[in-house]
Design a protein around this ligand. Structure first.
Ligand code: BGP
Length: 490
């Protein structure tokens, strides 16, 4: 028996990358609504005012807001039993600190969950997927302000209560460790809702990588998010003890580039800091033993680690399961002159044994097996779930409308085979949601052209397209996979 009975098969999206309708039914602006598109060579930029002449991809995205019935029917046709989606915080609390939640926003997701139920698809809901309300950025300074913990909990309370009989699986913050990637910038804005005043008031587009950041503020804010996440877990369990509430880590698997012991040490430091720090706090309920020194080495005063009340909260609010995104791996070296390559929210060392996508993301299915087995050892007994994995590529529509995407099928096949080996080795893997089962806006580049879907959407970076949906070859392949519980991968 490879995949256990009841294994969850499906796909994952984020509200801001698929819904569109960015101001409809009372929704307020959120961070991605301020971002322009880029491409593989042109970084995405931030423009703090919505310029009527600029193209903001999240404003219409793929218009899931008006197509959700059709889309969920297609998901059901593939044989899914889970659908990961996020609630856009700004639909529920348009200004982040409103007295009452916005009824139209609550009703929208209620309808979406009802539609899932129709097909016996279990929703897996990310509470905050890079879509912090813009007013929380400008008025409160994002999670660097402790008041935002309470605003987040008020939002959690509204959705936990409203959907307590419709949703069982929840994730608190998408890729919470993005704060540990790169030097502030993108992590600060996407993950923590922090921008320095000078950037907020800018009148020209700013590259996300050029956003100013302050490390001390970043890690204080990350700590506040840990506290918010732990409190949300406790609150959720009070509202419905059957809730399963997990974390979500952007797992960038790393290898030493050479057997030089200095590379091994450097790789361990990188792995600990980028991948393990957040997971340890959320699963074990305390900072790992090396955290204090890591912070000090980075010039961060870790006073927040000694807050006795917070320590108690972190210990009580540990997650019920550990989830992560896995796209690629990178190498780490202390040697100069090594080649680098692009990756998910970060750059890393190029691996001479691996090929990469057109966006430079290295394809490493063995790394997924390695990662699953590593996590099962690190967090014994904690159920694991791969909640993002996928292949962004240019697709070509043939004259007869068909789309042949063998590269995508091959990517998924090899990664699912790796998961199967991990399950056979005893890893408690409970489910798998591919990233972008339907084409959507890329988080990193803001492109439509970087397509992930089994379902093609007629929408393009120049703003053309009629939003119509069609099935790619991979649609039929994934359908066989889901329907056979991962056995038929031919
Ligand atoms: C993850 C994000 C997703 C998603 C994915 C693919 O980091 O959680 O939101 O977008 O990466 O990245 P991209 O869209 O940049 O190709």
């Amino acid at each position: 028996m490879s995949f256990p009975k009841g294994f969850l098969w499906g796909g994952a999206v984020a509200a801001n990358q698929c819904e569109g309708a960015y101001l409809e039914d009372g929704k307020g602006l959120s961070v991605p609504d301020m971002l322009l598109g880029g491409d593989v060579n042109t970084p995405r930029t931030f423009l703090p005012v919505t310029d009527p002449n600029a193209f903001y991809p999240s404003h219409e995205a793929i218009d899931f807001y008006h197509h959700y019935k059709e889309d969920i029917a297609l998901f059901a046709e593939m044989g899914w039993n889970v659908f990961r989606l996020s609630i856009n915080w700004g639909r529920i609390f348009p200004n982040g600190d409103d007295e009452e939640p916005n009824e139209a926003g609550l009703a929208f997701y209620e309808n979406v969950f009802a539609e899932c139920k129709k097909y016996n698809i279990e929703p897996l809901v990310t509470i905050c997927h890079y879509e912090i309300p813009w007013a929380i950025v400008t008025k409160y300074g994002g999670f660097s302000n402790r008041k935002v913990i309470d605003l987040f909990l008020k939002y959690c309370e509204a959705i936990f209560k409203r959907y307590k009989d419709q949703v069982k699986y929840w994730l608190t913050f998408n890729e919470i460790n993005i704060a540990c990637m790169g030097e502030g910038g993108i992590g600060n804005l996407y993950g923590l809702g922090i921008m320095e005043d000078e950037d907020i008031n800018a009148t020209e587009p700013i590259k996300l990588s050029a956003l100013k950041s302050n490390r001390q503020r970043t890690f204080e804010a990350l700590h506040n998010e840990f506290v918010a996440s732990a409190k949300a877990v406790m609150l959720g369990h009070e509202i419905n003890p059957d809730f399963m509430i997990g974390n979500m880590i952007c797992h960038i698997t790393v290898y030493p580039l050479t057997p030089d012991p200095k590379d091994i040490l450097a790789c361990t430091v990188e792995d600990n800091f980028k991948n393990n720090l957040c997971g340890d706090v959320q699963v074990r309920g305390e900072y790992p033993v090396w955290a204090r020194k890591y912070f000090l080495d980075k010039g961060v005063d870790p006073f927040f680690m000694d807050n006795e009340e917070d320590k108690k909260i972190l210990k009580e609010g540990t997650v019920d399961f550990y989830t992560f995104s896995y796209y690629m791996s990178n190498c780490v070296t202390t040697h100069t002159g090594a080649e680098t390559t692009a990756g998910n929210m970060s750059h890393g060392g190029k691996n001479p044994y691996l090929k990469a996508s057109d966006w430079g993301w290295q394809i490493d299915p063995d790394g997924l097996e390695y990662t699953l087995e590593f996590l099962a050892d690190r967090y014994p007994g904690v159920p694991l779930m791969v909640v993002e994995n996928g292949f962004g590529a240019f697709d070509k529509v043939e004259e007869d409308g068909s789309i042949h995407d063998p590269y995508r099928i091959s990517y998924f096949k090899s990664h699912i085979e790796s998961m199967k080996k991990a399950c056979e080795a005893g890893v408690p893997l409970i489910g798998y949601t591919t990233w972008g089962p339907i084409d959507l806006v890329s988080a990193g580049t803001g492109q439509y052209a970087k397509r992930y879907g089994f379902i093609y959407v007629d929408r393009h970076d120049d703003g053309t397209g009629d939003f119509s949906r069609s099935r790619k070859d991979s649609f039929f392949w994934y359908k066989k996979c889901c329907e056979s519980n991962g056995e038929d991968l031919a």
